[in-house]
Ligand binder design. Sequence first.
Ligand SMILES: [Mg+2]
Length: 388
Amino acid sequence: MSRITLSCIKADVGGLVGHGEVHPEMLERSRELLGESDLLIDFHVTRVGDDINFVMTHREGVDDPGIHGLCWDTFKKVTLVAQKYKLYGAGQDLLVDAFSGNVRGLGPGVCEMEFDERPSEPVIVFMADKTEPGAWNLPLYKIFADPFNTPGLVIDNKMHAGFDFIVHDLKKNEQIKLSCPEEIYDLLMFIGAPHAYVIKDIVSRELDDIAATATTTKLSMIAGRYVGKDDPSLIVRCQSGLPAVGEVLEPFATPHLVGGWMRGSHCGPLMPCTVEDARPSRLDGPPRVIALGFQIAEGKLIGPRDMFQDSVWDKAREMAREMAYIMRRQGPFEPHRLSLEEMEYTTMPQIMKRLAERWEAIPEPGETARELIASGRAASTGDGGDID
Ligand SMILES: [Mg+2]
């Protein structure tokens, strides 16, 4: 049997009332256009917040120019709908004019894996809005390396061989493979800084096969300026030597804090919600994650099941809402506002530049401001009047 590729490609090409949602006509147009393609075995179009997500199966492999071209053209055409209604940020994630064979680096988020379809192939596709790719680091660690989350790591003999984590350094554009459980301390040192290091892939050592893959594109790294957070996706295969569906969902029962939210510059809880509820509004947030479950049968996407629909997740949502209140009290102060290092690609440098000339040395003990100016270490070039 030929191999199946599962692709999740997403973009924000216009928001219905700011950044909260997309127009239903954009989803209809997407379905129409993808439906015309003979490359796809099956597809599902959904949205989370202002992002449109295409979940697709095909036999073209990852990074296929045909599949990427199809998505690029579709996003371009859906942008016309956004422009017609003057939606906010129409076409904002399409950073270049011309498509060059692969959407990676052009703005849309890409998450793809190729595998032999097993006798039963359950997968969960997670999609988030108002956050960044590093948001998956903590849940992925729990799913694949923490026995307190995943009983299978203890109980299932096939999982005792552990998992290899491929981690990307977003700034240096390098990657490293760290094997768990033996290298978990090394792994945590890096992935605990989710704005700088992100988990790209996880491979089962027992099955020698891909178990999970995430988007790692960082839009700000591409554009060199703030162009919105990357709103990442994640595909996780489940069962039969891999974590069970319930183990894969479990980390989201206790919401964690992620970078993103308002203007991509704030830290807030990642709130698990249904597709229906994935319409952020409080300070354009808090960040949302949806989970769609599919059984893949001969490449067909059977489902989806909206995995966070169960009322058992209400408690997690309540915790996330409470965490949002706590973080909001801090207003423009860290750690609600992201650290300076993370603000580097926002409008922060412009403010720093504007005020650069006004910074001056702190006077030595006993030194007056007048003496400071006389010494040439002060910023002021005024007349030296009554300043001390
Ligand atoms: Mg978004």
